[in-house]
Design a binder for this molecule. Sequence first.
Ligand code: BES
Ligand code: MN
Ligand code: ZN
Length: 519
Amino acid sequence: MPRTSAAPSSPDGSDRRPSHAAGAGSSVPTVTLGRSVPAGAAVVSVPAFADRLTKVDGVRKAVLDRAGFAGRVGQTLVLDDGDRARVVVGLGPAAQVGTTALRKAGAAFTKALRGYRRAAFVLPAELGGLTEGQAAGAVAEGVVLGGYRFDAYRSQAPSKAPAAVTVVVGDARAARPALERALAAADAVTFARNLVNEPGGALTPAVFAEAVTERASAAGLTVEVLDADAIAAAGLGGIVAVNKGSVHPPRLVHLTYEPAEPLLDDDGDPVTVALVGKGITFDSGGLSLKPADGMMDMKCDMAGAAAVSAAMCALPASGVQVRVESWTPLTDNMTGGDAQRPGDVFTARNGRTVEVLNTDAEGRLVLADALCLATESKKAAVVDLATLTGACMVALGDKIAGILGNDDGLLGDVEEAAEVAGERVWQLPLPADYRAQLDSNVADLKNIGTRFGGTLTAGLFLQEFVADGTPWVHMDIAGPAFQAAEDGEHPKGATGFGVRTLLALLSGWGVDGEEPDEA
Ligand code: BES
Ligand code: MN
Ligand code: ZN
């Protein structure tokens, strides 16, 4: 495929990149490791288990009771009565302490810090079987993720500098590698959030591609960016169709991560996993226009592409042993004079023809081409992330992603990885008989089913473009990618959902001789 650069190319120059597209304008706390509470720390945590409230270091139970502090995960109580302020941090019952509780505790601690800049988080003595490194990593993730702010578009710079938190452990040297991995993952989440929080009018496909190119090159990945001509030449009819209503040319970013010592499959080829992410930089619905309420948050419709790109850039620092390639199709979905019309037909990369009856079901059109590309050569697995259907939010709410796929082994691996990451997923079915809903009067298939089960018919549509025999999982992140209210380590707005599940999945691949995809 031709290789092109991601040069600005809109006629009015509006594809110029905002100076903050790669991160300036957002802030997160910094985290370091220490063996003791630093002298300069103005505030220190006091860990408290819900079932050990009489044993909280230096704090009488009566004080906790009076404040209504029960030690629930994420509950905090600020005691500003001595030389150094203390934040009592709830960890839940001692027997259940784990990375999820510690991550939430770290997030709650950061939020309780307002005003104090230098702080220390002291790990509890009991870690429920976790190593100090794992525990410190979970706390650090919580601190960074929970302390994220996006201020790029405020005229006044935020008055408070981000906090500097020391996580206090017994053996800092042993804990350091796990902490570094956690910080790399958290930094990737921040990058994904920044991309998603950028307005659709600022983060055009060219700008997105440029920001990812810069970060991916710095991380040592191979970067290939297809521009409009290359996309058309490659027969990516779905991307071309969705882009017809836009003045901003599309892009497709293809990243490759080559591990230093790649795992080899039975044929002696490097085991390769493919990632695909939906990159609709703004979804107006196209001519099947969305109502105002439904359009308000649609700058988030590239969250799949953002999560995939961010995870890719963190693979080198995560020591992943498997080869990984990603494809992220980028365009907005607009209503320009030559926008695709309901009833129009296009030909996808694999030659299948699609009748577009609702232009608002556009994500599956660009993903179709990307899934074809991703599975044209042998892959151990392909995972796609997409803010694909409002129906998935109806089914699972805004905190749980739907997962659908053709391989029970891979589905199980994704569930396990999500559990490790503290991101919630739930499997939905791909009922073969529902495929008939996608039969078209004029083409090979149409892009919508009936009113009901929209997440399932979307999944069945995507499945048509996954090469036979490739294990595949689709994650519908429409709900958790972008949230109306903050919740623990997930801020209001972009959450970066999926980044850490992907990193957990890929970090575990082939480790301990386990083949994650053997069903
Ligand atoms: N981007 C939307 C899905 C979405 C909705 C994401 C809410 C995040 C929050 C997607 O392109 C879409 O519009 N889907 C349609 C499909 C329908 C026309 C079959 C939907 O869900 O209504
Ligand atoms: Mn849509
Ligand atoms: Zn969309």
